[in-house]
Design a protein around this ligand. Structure first.
Ligand code: ATP
Ligand code: FE
Length: 365
């Protein structure tokens, strides 16, 4: 059995054809990153237009490369939630036309569940496991208990870490920095941080008095903005120019965010252990989402998992950011279990804001 996966929830148009064993027959990805970097952020209408321009080509490419005809597909799996309404709409409309034309079953996919389960494509990891999703739009800590069962331990109360890094990178004008051309904000900060001294700036770690597993990043961003303002004033530099200490700021912000994420994850691990939520033998922490590509964050999380005897698993960076493969894989997992499969004439809607998992409250001092 074969599944076509389609992803358009944000700014990447992705597709993949996969067989039931998880073998990727073909994959294709069109990234809009270059366009959005120039405008300093994603403009939903621009994202929608670019998805419309590319989706047919991306899908035809994977069908051609894999040599699979539409009628040979057992299902089309498409991201329907959460994401940008205008972007989700393009993928869903295309998929609905496709399945109605070829009478193919449909599997609606939750983008964050797909991020969470991508790891099972790389290695056979049984449920339950702890998963940390850190990306441009989300921040979740959850126990993955089954392909459609997630226990949500914590989430961001304001913005996502990738969003924070992107905004700080913009404030630091890193797009103009000769070393950072065409890098995302998070990548630019990681690169500059390697040459910076994190002790030159101090930002207060968020939520120190909250003994739960939630996250907050907006306060850190405000502290950073104030430091940048002060430094510009002291050095007589105009906003829009690159500060000579940009690398020190990058190192300090990267450290503050890494330590916040590591502390909340540590608390989640202690909670899971106390409640018996993870297996006794080989408990695992999976980290995914675009921000999980960051080596400094991975190192901080490795210290936490080593100290608590968990294995740390991160899918390769290419599978951590948005792609069609993870959507096809989530479709394959659902197809195998016979869950969430719809007929080509069922009504399906996209949901820009969709909850992730069942929420429980965590308190560990
Ligand atoms: P979501 O999955 O929540 O809808 P998204 O799809 O926009 O969000 P991803 O594609 O998973 O997010 O990740 C993009 C984000 O990852 C950007 O904010 C980018 O700055 C960040 N990022 C990418 N590489 C790195 C890195 N090396 N270090 C830190 N952040 C990074
Ligand atoms: Fe994503």
């Amino acid at each position: 059995r074969l599944v076509l996966g389609i992803e358009t929830s944000c700014d990447d148009t992705g597709a993949a054809v996969m067989d039931e064993t998880g073998l990727i027959l073909a994959e294709s990805l069109h990234s809009q990153k270059d366009v959005h970097l120039k405008t300093g952020g994603i403009i939903p209408m621009v994202a929608q237009r670019l998805h419309k321009e590319n989706i047919a080509r991306v899908v035809h490419e994977v069908l051609d490369k894999s040599g699979i005809g539409p009628r040979e597909l057992s299902a089309v799996a498409t991201t329907v939630k959460p994401g940008l309404a205008l972007s989700l709409g393009v993928g869903l409309e295309y998929s609905l036309n496709f399945i109605q034309q070829h009478k193919t079953p449909f599997i609606p996919i939750h983008h964050m569940e797909a991020h969470a389960l991508t790891v099972r494509l790389i290695q056979p990891l049984p449920f339950p496991f702890l998963v940390l999703l850190i990306s441009g739009g989300h921040c979740f800590l959850a126990v993955a208990r089954d392909i459609d069962d997630f226990l949500l331990l914590g989430q961001t109360l304001d913005e996502a870490p990738g969003d924070t890094l992107d905004k700080i990178a913009r404030r630091l004008c890193l797009a103009k920095h000769p070393k950072c051309a065409m890098l995302s904000g998070g990548q630019a900060i990681e690169l500059l941080a390697q040459e910076g001294d994190r002790l030159k700036f101090h930002f207060k770690s968020p939520m120190g008095q909250h003994y739960d597993c939630n996250f907050s990043f907006a306060g850190v961003r405000n502290q950073v903005a104030q430091s940048i303002n002060k430094t510009e004033e002291a050095e007589g530099i105009q906003q829009g120019e690159i500060l000579s200490c940009a690398n020190d700021i990058a190192a300090a912000i990267q450290h503050t965010i890494a330590s916040h994420i590591a502390k909340r994850t540590h608390r989640a691990i202690l909670f899971c252990k106390a409640k018996g939520l993870l297996p006794q033998s080989n408990p695992c922490l999976v980290v995914s989402g675009g921000v999980a590509s960051n080596t400094y964050f991975r190192k901080a999380l490795k210290i936490v998992t080593d100290a608590t005897n968990l294995s740390l698993l991160c899918p390769p960076p290419k599978l951590c950011t948005d792609n069609g493969v993870m959507i096809a894989w989530n479709g394959v997992e659902k197809l195998r279990e016979g869950r969430g499969i719809m007929s080509y004439n069922d009504e399906v809607r996209y949901e820009p804001k969709a909850p992730f998992g069942t929420d429980i409250s965590v308190q560990v001092k």
